[in-house]
Write a protein that binds this ligand. Structure first.
Ligand code: HEC
Ligand code: HEC
Ligand code: HEC
Ligand code: HEC
Ligand code: HEC
Ligand code: HEC
Ligand code: HEC
Length: 308
C-alpha cells in the first residue's frame, strides 16, 4: 500500500506534482482532503489509549470496549461481552479528525469497520454509527464506495470465487490526481483547471437524492448552494469562488471578502463587527439530523430567521 500523510498525497500518484508545485503541495498536506484516509498510527488516531479514557462502556452492563496499545506498538480494540472477548487491530483511519474518525481492520484482504469510532467535538470514543449500542459486533464490511469519496484509489479484484482489495495499489488520502486526473508528465495541450462545481459534486452532493437538501455528515453542499438565490441569479458562482482547496481555510470571517465580490454595493448594512461576519447570519450552522451533536455550515445562502 502506498503511504500518504505529510507530503504523501501530493507524491503518491505519478507524476510527482510536488516536484514542481511545492507550495501547493505543502499547504495541501494539512487539509482534510489530504488526510481523509490514512494508515493507523499514534499520530493519525486521535482517541486516547490511556486509562480510564481508553474504555467505552455500552448501555448494557458487562458489555464494553477497550482501546489499547500492543507490545508491538500497534493499536487494538477489544470488545467485551460477559465472558466473550474479541480483539482486532486498528489498520486504517477514515476521517481527518475535523469532525470524527472511524477505524478499519483487514481480514482476508477485505476491510471491516471497528465498533468504536472517535468524535472530535467531545474528544471521546463513541459507538460507531451503524453498530447497535450494547452489542459487540465487528461485521460491518467497508465497500469500495466509501473510498471512492475518502481515498484516491481502492479497487476490488476477483480472488478465486470471492473478491479482495488490490492492497498494493491502494492510495489513501484524496490526492491531486483525484481532482486533476492522472495526467501525462508534461502538461498536455488542453489540460486546464478542474471545474469548481462538477469536481466537487462527485463527493459533496450527499448520499441520497434528498429533497430538500440538508446539511449532514455526508453533507449536500452542492444541493444547498444550488438552492440559494446567489447561485440562481449569478452565472459563475461555484465552490471555488469561496474555497481554495489547496489551503486550510476554516475561519468563517475570512470568507466575507468573497461575498463582497458580488455584494459590494448592495450588502445589508448589518455588518461589520459581528465575529463571523456575513457568513454567521447568511450561512448559519445547522444541526445534523443524523448525528445531533454535529453542526454544519448551511450552504443555502439566504436570509434566516425571517421565514422558515
Ligand atoms: C515538471 C514540472 C511540473 C509538474 C511535474 C507538474 N506541473 Fe503543473 N504546472 C507546471 C507549470 C510550469 C505550470 C504553469 C505555471 C503555473 O501556473 O504555475 C503548471 C500549471 C498547472 C496548472 C494550471 C493550469 C491552468 O490551466 O492554469 C494546474 C492545474 C497544474 N499545473 C496541476 C498539476 C498537477 C495536478 C500535477 C501532478 C499530477 C502537476 N501539475 C505536475 C509544472 C509542473
Ligand atoms: C473524492 C471526493 C471529494 C472530492 C472530489 C471533493 N471533496 Fe471535499 N471533502 C471530501 C471529504 C471526504 C471530506 C472530509 C474529509 C475529512 O475530514 O476526513 C472533504 C472536506 C472538504 C472541506 C473541508 C476542508 C477542511 O480542511 O476542513 C471542504 C471545504 C471541501 N471538502 C470542499 C471541496 C471542494 C470545493 C471540492 C471541489 C473543488 C471538493 N471538496 C472535492 C471529499 C471530496
Ligand atoms: C458520495 C461520497 C461519499 C461516500 C460514498 C462516503 N462518504 Fe463519508 N464523507 C463524505 C464527505 C464529503 C464527508 C465530509 C462532509 C462534510 O464535512 O460536510 C464525509 C464524512 C465522513 C466521515 C466524518 C469525517 C470527518 O471528520 O468529517 C466519516 C467517518 C465517513 N465519512 C465515513 C464513511 C464511510 C465508512 C463510508 C462508506 C460506508 C462513507 N463515508 C461513504 C463523502 C462520502
Ligand atoms: C479537491 C479537489 C482538488 C485537489 C485534491 C487538488 N486540486 Fe488543484 N485545483 C482544483 C480546482 C477545482 C482548481 C481550479 C481552481 C480555480 O478555478 O480557481 C485547482 C487548481 C490548481 C492549480 C492552478 C493554480 C491555482 O491555484 O488555481 C494548480 C497548480 C493545482 N491545482 C495543483 C494541485 C496540486 C499540486 C494538488 C495536490 C497537492 C492539487 N492541486 C489538489 C481542485 C483540486
Ligand atoms: C458570484 C456572486 C455572488 C456571491 C459570491 C455571493 N452572492 Fe449573494 N447573491 C448574488 C445574487 C446575484 C443575488 C440575487 C440578487 C437579487 O435577487 O437581486 C444574491 C442574493 C443574496 C441574498 C438574498 C437571498 C434571498 O434569498 O433573498 C443574500 C442574503 C446574499 N446574497 C448573501 C450573500 C453572502 C452572505 C455571500 C457570501 C457568503 C454571498 N451572498 C455571495 C450573488 C452572489
Ligand atoms: C459563498 C461562499 C461559499 C461557497 C460558494 C461554498 N462554500 Fe463551503 N464553506 C463556506 C464557509 C464560510 C464555510 C465555513 C468554514 C469552515 O467551517 O471550514 C464552508 C465550509 C465548507 C465545508 C466544511 C464542512 C461544513 O459544512 O461545515 C465543506 C465540506 C464545504 N464548505 C464544501 C463546499 C462545496 C462542495 C461547495 C460548492 C458546492 C461550497 N462549499 C461552496 C463558504 C462557501
Ligand atoms: C446580524 C446579521 C447579519 C449580518 C452580519 C449580515 N446580514 Fe445581510 N441580512 C440580514 C438580514 C436579517 C437581512 C434581511 C433584510 C433586512 O431585514 O434588512 C439581510 C439581507 C441581506 C441581503 C439581501 C438584501 C435585499 O435587499 O434583499 C444581502 C445581499 C445581504 N444581506 C448581504 C450581506 C453581506 C454581504 C453581509 C456581510 C458584509 C451581510 N449581509 C451581513 C442579516 C445580516
Amino acid at each position: 500500500m502506498i503511504l500518504l500523510g505529510a507530503l504523501g498525497a501530493a507524491r503518491a500518484a505519478p507524476p510527482d506534482c510536488a516536484a514542481c508545485h511545492r507550495d501547493i503541495a505543502h499547504s495541501f498536506a494539512r487539509t482534510a482532503h489530504a488526510n481523509a484516509s490514512r494508515l493507523a498510527t499514534a499520530e493519525s488516531i486521535l482517541g486516547s489509549f490511556d486509562a480510564p479514557a481508553n474504555r467505552l462502556n455500552s448501555s448494557k452492563k458487562g458489555t464494553f470496549f477497550l482501546m489499547e496499545r500492543g507490545e508491538d506498538d500497534r493499536f487494538y480494540q477489544t470488545g467485551v461481552d460477559g465472558d466473550r472477548r474479541r480483539t482486532e487491530r486498528f489498520d486504517l483511519v477514515i476521517g481527518s479528525g475535523r469532525r470524527g474518525q472511524s477505524y478499519l481492520f483487514w481480514r482476508d484482504n477485505l476491510l471491516f469497520q471497528l465498533p468504536v469510532s472517535y468524535h472530535a467535538g467531545t474528544a471521546r470514543w463513541i459507538n460507531s454509527p451503524g453498530y447497535e449500542d450494547g452489542t459487540v459486533h465487528f461485521g460491518r464490511a467497508i465497500p469500495p464506495q466509501c473510498f471512492g469519496c475518502h481515498a484516491t484509489r481502492a479497487d476490488l479484484e476477483q480472488a478465486g470465487r470471492s473478491v479482495q482489495y488490490r492492497r498494493p495499489e491502494m492510495i489513501l488520502g484524496i490526492g491531486c490526481a483525484k481532482c486533476h486526473g492522472e495526467m501525462p508528465w508534461q502538461h498536455a495541450a488542453g489540460f486546464g483547471k478542474p471545474n469548481g462545481l462538477k469536481t466537487c459534486a462527485a463527493c459533496h452532493a450527499g448520499l441520497a437524492d434528498e429533497r430538500p437538501p440538508e446539511p449532514d455528515v455526508h453533507g449536500d453542499q452542492v444541493g444547498l448552494l444550488r438552492a440559494s438565490r446567489c447561485f440562481q441569479k449569478s452565472r459563475d458562482l461555484n465552490c471555488v469562488t469561496c474555497h481554495d482547496v489547496h489551503q486550510v481555510q476554516r475561519e468563517p470571517a475570512a470568507f466575507n471578502g468573497r461575498c463582497m465580490a458580488c455584494h459590494q454595493r448592495t450588502g445589508c448594512g448589518k455588518q461589520p463587527d459581528r465575529a463571523g461576519g456575513c457568513v454567521e447570519c447568511h450561512m448559519p450552522l445547522e444541526r445534523s439530523k443524523l448525528v445531533e451533536v454535529q453542526a454544519y455550515r448551511s450552504h443555502r445562502i439566504g436570509v434566516y430567521g425571517r421565514k422558515k
